[in-house]
Design a protein around this ligand. Structure first.
Ligand SMILES: Cc1cc2nc3c(=O)[nH]c(=O)nc-3n(C[C@H](O)[C@H](O)[C@H](O)COP(=O)(O)OP(=O)(O)OC[C@H]3O[C@@H](n4cnc5c(N)ncnc54)[C@H](O)[C@@H]3O)c2cc1C
Length: 463
């Protein structure tokens, strides 16, 4: 079997993996980033907004690699704007076509090596260490060895292959639904926002006190109008969309979330489709879901064109290349972030990343739990939640980190994943510069925090 040696191997090139590889390579480690798919960037390329980077009070809570990617998107001429959703959060809306180039330029510019269509298939484990990862590509299987392994697979594949312990799934409910994002171009913003002005009751507005700021729904509709961007959320349990669901014109969904992606194309991204699976890791069910979601894309896009002001002349302009998965495995780490830490905006001396997104748990049909972080603030993600129990040379970042369901429901968004990724990539580079066998628990968290702050991360001083 072919065999190659790196300082750091990052498995998975979604938000977390991209940031991990960039941070690791920039800090001098010989870094390999692999992904089982044909591209890098994951959901950063799907048209959804980057949530979890700006708290509801308007403070930036994530910095560093995220800024490089968003600035690169702007420098290339792409749309990238910080917006208030006038509901629960503030976010960064980006053009996914420019993000494809921006992410690639930042990753390749960092010096990280990239391999695509490369699946982490198995691991060689010795005691508490991974000694190598067996990857499969078009040429067969080969062995990659590294000092540090970073699991950014979203599904915690590396930890699972290594026999790492997982947190138990919730026995009372199924995982969050999977969805297919799509985009529509030629949307007229003014009539859409005029519709919000006339019928704020059809839309989700002011769900967080920090965003509402004592305004009535009508006053919030005026703010949405003033912002002038197609950034609105039709509610599944309100008359308008609810009526369409009751008539069978639309499938049951909590919200149709409409977010801008390009001013030039007058384009929006739509997040509405959903199907709940017992386990998204079962390939047969995941495969069937693809067909159902494609039908929902067709149904929702034609519903919008037929019924929603501003969409009369809009056309489907893009369908995400893959199903979006919100929740699968969560590792058991040295510590488990819990929903109270998130809700109460808990700050910690060992925080190496931050989150601020509401506890956001999509459910079947029209159900969705949405609980804002207290006072529109943010919480810290401790380093220990990124260290899998029982493994000494492995770290995790992204939606599979060690968190209960409520905390995962918040930190899973791309801002949090980018920040966690930057933290573990930086930690890995610190370890790879020593000759001793790497032990992730030996990382001096104080020094890691200092290095992260020097490189743009925001760890202190926010609400
Ligand atoms: C429908 C939907 C809507 C969402 N809306 C928003 C939103 O509006 N804003 C927001 O900020 N967040 C949103 N999120 C959440 C967010 O997009 C994800 O939680 C986040 O992108 C996860 O990033 P990640 O890097 O942890 O994992 P992923 O993006 O899932 O990346 C994992 C990568 O690992 C690769 N991989 C997996 N297994 C292997 C293996 N064995 N070998 C090699 N490669 C492997 C995969 O191909 C993939 O590219 C949404 C999620 C979904 C599904």
């Amino acid at each position: 079997m072919r065999s190659e040696q790196y300082d750091v191997l990052v498995v998975g090139a979604g938000s977390a993996g991209v940031a991990a590889a960039v941070a690791s390579a920039r800090n001098g480690a010989r870094t390999l980033l692999i992904d089982s798919g044909p591209s890098i960037g994951g959901e950063l390329l799907s048209g959804m907004t980057i949530d979890g980077a700006i708290n509801a009070r308007g403070e930036r809570i994530i910095g560093g690699v995220i800024d490089d990617i968003v600035n690169e998107c702007r420098a290339l001429g792409g749309y990238a704007r910080e917006l208030n959703d006038w509901r629960l959060i503030r976010y960064i809306a980006c053009d996914p076509e420019y993000m494809k180039m921006a992410v690639a330029r930042v990753v390749y510019g960092s010096g990280a090596e990239v391999r695509l269509n490369t699946f982490a298939d198995d691991v060689a484990r010795n005691g508490d260490r991974i000694e190598g990862v067996i990857v499969r590509d078009k040429q067969g299987r080969s062995l990659i060895t590294a000092n540090i392994y970073i699991d950014c697979s979203g599904d915690a594949d590396l930890c699972a292959l290594a026999g790492g312990e997982m947190l138990p799934p919730d026995k009372d409910s199924k995982p969050q639904p999977v969805s297919m994002m799509f985009r529509m171009a030629g949307v007229e913003t003014k009539p859409l926002l005029e519709f919000v002005r006339q019928h704020p009751e059809y839309f989700a507005v002011g769900e967080s006190d920090a965003i509402r700021g004592g305004r009535s729904d009508h006053e919030i509709a005026e703010e949405i109008y003033k912002q002038g961007e197609p950034c609105v959320f039709l509610k599944g349990d309100a008359d308008f969309l609810g009526g369409a669901i009751a008539r069978g014109e639309m499938f049951p969904t909590a919200l149709i979330m409409i977010q801008p992606t390009s001013a030039a194309r007058r384009e929006v991204c739509v997040n509405a489709t959903r199907i709940t699976l017992d386990n998204p890791l079962v390939a047969r069910d995941y495969g069937r879901a693809f067909g159902v979601l494609i039908d929902q894309v067709r149904q929702c896009s034609s519903y919008l064109a037929r019924r929603v002001p501003g969409f009369e002349n809009a056309a489907l302009s893009g369908v995400a290349p893959r199903i979006g998965v919100r929740e699968t495995r969560r590792i058991l780490g040295d510590e488990v972030l819990d929903g109270d830490d998130v809700f109460n905006g808990r700050k910690r001396e060992d925080g190496i990343a931050k989150g601020c997104h509401h506890i956001d748990i999509h459910q079947d049909g029209t159900g969705q739990i949405r609980i804002p972080v207290a006072d529109g603030g943010s919480y810290d993600i401790p380093f220990a939640t990124l260290i899998p129990a029982g493994l000494s040379n492995v770290m995790v970042a992204g939606r599979c980190f060690s968190a209960d369901r409520r905390a995962q429901g918040s930190a899973r968004v791309m801002g949090g994943c980018l920040a966690m990724g930057q933290a573990v990539g930086t930690a890995a580079s610190m370890l790879s510069s020593t000759n001793a066998p790497a032990d992730v628990r030996a990382v001096p968290v104080k020094h890691l925090r200092t290095r992260l702050k020097e490189q743009g991360a925001i760890l202190d001083g926010t609400y």
